[in-house]
Write a protein that binds this ligand. Structure first.
Ligand SMILES: [Cu+2]
Length: 238
């Protein structure tokens, strides 16, 4: 009897070890709180291969996690799907260069060797949206559209959280072979602060480009918003 009990314990311990092997060097991602539903970020991907992939990020009523709504449409039929998409570390480079976005947002240093297990999303790379919630389906090809909506409990709208999606981050859409077929910066639309960056770019695990390029693109985003406000005021005066 005792033998069976301890055998079961050993098996359990071994199981626990296996599970922890998938966990990030810095542990599992914690559930985020305090994400206001007044804060809205957006990313709008358009490229020669992606007519439109629009993603909207906002807080939730209870502040737990962030609500993501996404619609993909007009993906080039020559690109094999289904299509993974992720939050990447850096902003898009000059001339829409998606390579400049670096790796997936992975502040807990989990890496991507072991694929994300959607049943244990806390162990996935924080930025691995399609790993946790499903890839964009083939329905998005040609004139088709594919939309989804979900709460991701591990991303944050707080600039002081390592899982912050704002400002210096981007969305990259891939084909099924991981080729980057489109990318766009995640920009603040309303609420929130443009805030500090808590997850140092130097932590990135890839070939990431220096964050110098990011400033320029971020400024571009900000001046775009400012322009929008100016046009809005002018339109009101007319
Ligand atoms: Cu990606």
């Amino acid at each position: 009897m005792h033998f069976f009990k301890s055998a079961a314990t050993v098996a359990l311990l071994a199981g626990a070890c296996l599970v922890s092997a998938e966990t990030g060097e810095k542990g599992d991602a914690p559930i985020t709180e305090g994400n206001s539903d007044k804060i809205v970020y957006e990313a709008h991907v358009t490229s020669s291969n992606v007519k439109s992939a629009h993603l909207n990020f906002t807080g939730t009523e209870d502040g737990v996690g962030i609500l993501i709504q996404a619609c993909f449409t007009g993906l080039n039929a020559s690109q094999p799907g289904p299509y993974p998409y992720h939050v990447h570390d850096f902003v898009v480079g000059a001339k829409g260069n998606c390579t400049a976005t670096g790796a997936h947002l992975d502040p807990y240093l989990r890496g991507e060797v072991t694929p994300c297990d959607a049943d244990a999303p806390e162990t996935c790379q924080v930025g691995d949206l399609s790993g946790k919630h499903g890839k964009a389906s083939l329905e998005a090809r040609g004139s088709g559209t594919w939309c989804t909506s979900y709460v991701d409990k591990y991303l944050s709208l707080d600039p002081n959280d390592v899982a912050f999606i704002g400002n210096d981050r981007s969305i990259v859409v891939h084909n099924v072979n991981k080729t980057r077929i489109g990318c766009a910066n995640i920009l603040l639309v309303s609420g929130g602060s443009s805030g500090a960056k808590s997850y140092p770019s130097s932590n990135a695990t890839t070939t990431g480009e220096p964050p110098i390029a990011t400033g320029a693109a971020a400024r571009l985003g900000t001046s775009g918003l400012a322009l929008g406000v100016i046009f809005g005021v002018v339109a009101m005066l007319l």
